[in-house]
Design a protein around this ligand. Structure first.
Ligand SMILES: Nc1ncnc2c1ncn2[C@@H]1O[C@H](COP(=O)(O)OP(=O)(O)O)[C@@H](O)[C@H]1O
Ligand SMILES: [Mg+2]
Length: 251
């Protein structure tokens, strides 16, 4: 179901304080921004695949997993298809519908089924949210926390080279992207609780849009919230060369 449109002008996402400062930091010259020609879409299993260091044991197989029945379950195929076919997807769903815990797993299993590599990050505004949700997902999948599923909050990291789904605070991801100036470490970036318009969130949206439209075109961005103004974010991420806004789905 598409969310109702608002006016384009009213729908602009306002990026508040410090915007110019952040833009300055992001205005990287050619030597600082990796060349896009060296990047490949994740489905090719190319540059996004994590390198296995010599002598490292083989990655553990993905745990067998049966999805719990939650409101999001009925939209699983539609969500996978939307994410496969668009750079940015906006998802609104009531609290408890399964956005944070289930949707990344749908993508994880979809990529596993087609033998492709993925490396997903899901942001949470607070440390406690990131750690508890990672612990919950690892428990659900019966895998050790820090193996397939992990987290990084502040200086604390529970993840390995085999981690394919990492929960992280908004601030940690922002710091990483400011330093790498590129999104291609990840195949999918889920920005959760995107309605929480903190300074960190605004900067993260700014950097995601800038890099997605420059050197990280193949990375998928998924914005999620229970109370998001979908149209506003769809217009913000709409590609500058087209009048088409990004798709929104309510689950
Ligand atoms: N840390 C947790 N501990 C126990 N149950 C949880 C936890 N996180 C999620 N759940 C369960 O998973 C369901 C889906 O949660 P979640 O994916 O966080 O929904 P949403 O992100 O849409 O609010 C919840 O209704 C709850 O039953
Ligand atoms: Mg959630």
């Amino acid at each position: 179901m598409e969310c109702s449109p608002g006016t384009r002008a009213a729908g602009r996402v306002e990026l508040t304080r410090g915007k110019d400062k952040m833009r300055h930091r992001l205005r990287a010259g050619p030597s600082e921004v990796p060349d896009e020609s060296s990047l490949e879409p994740v489905s090719s299993g190319g540059s996004l695949q994590k390198q296995k260091p010599a002598g490292s044991p083989a990655p553990p197989p993905l745990a067998y997993y049966e999805y719990p029945s939650l409101p999001i379950t009925k939209n699983r195929k539609e969500l996978i298809s939307l994410i496969e076919n668009h750079s940015v997807v906006i998802i609104r769903g009531a609290t408890g519908s399964g956005k944070t815990t289930q949707l990344p797993q749908y993508i994880l299993d979809h990529y596993n089924a087609k033998n492709a590599s993925c490396n997903m990050v899901v942001t949470q505004p607070r440390k406690i949210g990131a750690t508890s949700v990672a612990r919950w997902v690892a428990t659900q999948r019966k895998c050790t926390l820090g193996s397939l599923v992990g987290y990084q909050v502040g200086l604390e990291k529970m993840a390995t080279e085999h981690t394919r789904l990492i929960y992280m605070t908004t601030g940690v991801l922002l710091q990483k992207l400011v330093s790498t100036k590129c999104l291609t470490e990840y195949s999918h970036i889920f920005v959760d609780e995107v309605h929480e318009r903190t300074e960190e969130m605004d900067f993260l949206l700014l950097i995601l849009k800038k890099l997605l439209h420059s050197n990280s075109r193949y990375v998928k961005i998924i914005l999620m919230s229970a109370t998001i103004n979908c149209r506003q974010f769809a217009e913000y991420f709409g590609h500058p060369d087209s009048w088409q806004d990004e798709p929104c789905l309510c689950v």
